[in-house]
Design a protein around this ligand. Structure first.
Ligand code: AMP
Ligand code: FES
Ligand code: ZN
Ligand code: ZN
Length: 309
């Protein structure tokens, strides 16, 4: 297979685009295609301040790298959740943090680090242990903590938009789950761009049209060091099963994942109208000031013990 641009031997095939590219042209195409996604969904401009949520994994570090190459003003945020893999004693969060710091240092970029043990006195596992969900995996709590802190830092430090590294495989797996359960509200709000609404900052997913294998290839070819291991709590997660299923379909009919997601975005407009916003919440938490439904302390403040019962 030959590179579509120069005719040299291709390094990567992308049947969903009817295209194969050599290494150099792939490394040039990734920022171009990201830029087209940013424009298509009117995510942000070069005049705006972007906060990139980096996990130390390939997607979010690739995103930071691409935005930096494209000339955007992009700082990073890493949330240290204090996760340790009990199976092999791997300090997962510490390792992830080191990759984020290394990337920031190498590129002269600013990285904000929030350490939840330092700030709130407990790691994710400890919060989980204490809470009613004690015997379950901490993923739901972890998601809530991450969303809360990302929004708070972006808001308090005056960023215009929060960008995350979600790729098309992540989005297609989430869509698969939302469709299996027909969670209409989730389907309404699953979008590459969520405009700011009542205390929630604007949220963008500039890599949402890349397959996971493409973000991995990009990170490798750019020499970005990242954490290969999945979060130890991710094993057995539904989203991973959905990704496997979608990849089986993709193998039989290349382009299936892309069609599933991109056609959904078109159908979403017809079903729900043009603007996808976060679920508006008019009340504010008296402890942290973030939006809530009830006007009482928000779920995050109750869970982290900022509010004593
Ligand atoms: P996940 O929820 O783990 O699938 O990650 C989705 C996106 O959330 C990543 O691509 C990152 O942009 C962001 N993210 C995940 N974990 C962290 C973290 N510990 N700190 C900052 N951002 C994160
Ligand atoms: Fe939060 Fe795995 S990253 S539980
Ligand atoms: Zn080429
Ligand atoms: Zn609160």
């Amino acid at each position: 297979m030959k590179c579509k641009k120069c005719g040299e031997r291709a390094s990567i095939k992308m049947p969903q685009h009817n295209m194969a590219l050599c290494g150099d042209h792939f490394l040039a195409w990734v920022p171009e295609y990201t830029q087209r996604t940013i424009e298509k969904y009117r995510m942000f401009t070069r005049e705006e301040k972007i906060l990139v949520a980096v996990s130390g994994g390939k997607d979010s570090l690739a995103l930071w790298d691409v935005l930096h190459r494209l000339g955007y003003q992009a700082d990073g945020i890493y949330i240290n959740l204090g996760i340790i893999d009990p199976q092999n004693d791997l300090a997962y969060s510490a390792k992830s943090k080191a990759f984020c710091s290394q990337f920031a240092d190498q590129n002269g970029l600013q990285l904000h680090i929030v350490d939840i043990k330092e700030k709130y006195g407990e790691t994710i596992a400890e919060i989980n242990q204490r809470s009613a969900h004690g015997r379950q995996k901490p993923c739901a709590i972890c998601g809530l903590v991450k969303r809360h802190i990302m929004n708070q830092i972006a808001h308090d430090k005056g960023y215009d938009v929060l960008a995350t590294g979600h790729n098309l495989d992540d989005e297609a797996a989430a869509l698969f789950g939302n469709t299996l359960n027909w969670t209409v509200e989730m389907l309404r709000h699953q979008s590459p761009l969520l405009p700011a609404v009542s205390g929630f900052v604007r949220k963008a997913k500039p890599l949402c049209r890349f397959y996971e294998r493409e973000t991995a290839a990009y990170a490798l070819m750019r020499g970005i060091s990242y954490v290969y291991e999945e979060c130890p709590y991710a094993a057995g997660a539904r989203s991973i099963q959905y990704k496997k299923l979608l990849n089986q379909l993709e193998k039989r009919s290349p382009g299936t994942k892309m069609n599933f997601y991109v056609h959904f975005l078109k159908a979403q407009k017809e079903l729900f109208g043009e603007e996808q916003t976060a679920i508006p919440r008019e009340e504010h938490c008296p402890v942290c000031g973030q939006p809530t439904l009830s006007g009482q302390a928000c779920a995050f403040c109750r869970m982290t013990g900022a509010v004593k019962a």
